[in-house]
Ligand binder design. Sequence first.
Ligand code: MN
Length: 282
Amino acid sequence: MEPLQLHAAAVTDVGRVRSHNEDAFLSRDPWFLVADGMGGHEAGEVASAAVVAAFEAAPRERVTPAVVAQTLARAQASVLALATGRPRSAGTTVTGVVLLQTPDVPHWLIFNVGDSRVYRWLDGSLEQLTVDHSLVQELVDQGRMSRAEARHSSHRNVITRALGAGDHAPDYFVVPVITGERLVLCSDGLTTEVEDDEIARIAATEADAQGCADSLLTAALEGGGRDNVTVLVVDVVAGGSALEADEDTLESRPAPDAGPRVVDVVATDEIDEDTSQPVGIP
Ligand code: MN
């Protein structure tokens, strides 16, 4: 089999409103991840940086799901330790992909805590591979809110899981690596400003990973840049599975919850640091 060949590029930007960039990323084969810190007064920056540091210290060979779980547990402990001696607790999202050590074809293990996202652009269509841990996602799942309403809801920044919070349980998804696919990892600073259709158009138009990341950032800034923006693009140039073999790549996705459940709001990612109080279900 042809050796796996990836092209990756990342950009991060403070945006047009905020004074600090609390986002962070790691783009170092086989780990690719984005973290969106929150807490204000620099706590968010420290939290997202602590998560990146935990993954920088992780093994880069023979990565297994257990290694990913251990690293996330270490990241959680690091973020919790930051709270000592600080007036406000820190938290951060994290989402990412890692190449798994598998005997057959290469696979991605996708992990997610919070509302940063992993998209896959493949064969002309864009698909969100992660599921947001957010209040509005819960309401969409319960049929109480449409996706369009969720985009414009004043509660769209309220997340229900975060590293540093009580509920920090990660979601995991395993999918084959497919030659020709383009993964887009991003913080919500992209997705609050740029609709999925536009992300898809840019992913389809830009020839290389750096151009794609740059254009997505530009679109977010032109959309308002109200939050920090981080975009990490991974192109699978060679060595993955062929597209045809792969109609059921999302079978490993967890089943949606049956029926409504209580939403535990753990953190908010508000623009105004002084108003970031947890918000109840409307
Ligand atoms: Mn954000």
